[in-house]
Design a binder for this molecule. Structure first.
Ligand SMILES: [Zn+2]
Ligand SMILES: [Zn+2]
Length: 154
């Protein structure tokens, strides 16, 4: 199975080593992807560990675990990254994440900020951006890997 984050790699070759603590995410994008995968598998401990310590007050294990139960994450698309590479002190990643909550399909469009401290990338915060409308040639929100027009022809 390909990784939850939508890469071409398997989970154990992609985000799993970061989530398990075997390796540190080398870039802001890798950390962002691994946090998305941690939401998908419901790993609150990793989501807290990869959050900047100054932000851990507002996010608790309980609130995260509550969010897991009602939400199924469907797909992730990285739109752009700025800085956030190996050896850089900070970076930003803009992404779209689609989720299903009951009957509804939701979209999270965010520009997230990350910092690297002691070789460890951490999520700081992000700006919510307006939802994007998918075109018929965009990859489907459901994570099938097919274009929207192929996945749900009308
Ligand atoms: Zn991954
Ligand atoms: Zn689809």
């Amino acid at each position: 199975m390909n990784c939850y984050c939508g890469s071409d790699l398997e989970f154990h070759e992609c985000c799993e080593p970061y989530i398990s603590g075997a390796r540190l995410a080398p870039t802001a994008e890798a950390l962002m992807r691994s946090r998305y995968s941690a939401f998908s598998v419901g790993n609150a401990a990793y989501l807290l560990a990869s959050l900047h310590p100054s932000k851990r007050v507002s996010e608790t294990r309980e609130s995260l675990e509550q969010s897991f139960s009602g939400t199924q994450w469907c797909s992730l698309r990285i739109i752009s990254t700025s800085s956030g590479g190996v050896g850089q002190p900070s970076g930003q990643v803009e992404f779209l994440a689609f989720y299903r909550s009951g009957e509804e399909i939701g979209q999270l469009h965010e520009r997230s900020r990350f910092v690297c401290e002691n070789n460890q990338w951490l999520y700081c915060d992000g700006d919510m951006l307006p939802a994007l409308k998918l075109g018929r040639n965009d990859n489907c929100w459901c994570g099938s890997g097919l274009k929207l027009k192929k996945c749900h022809p009308d």
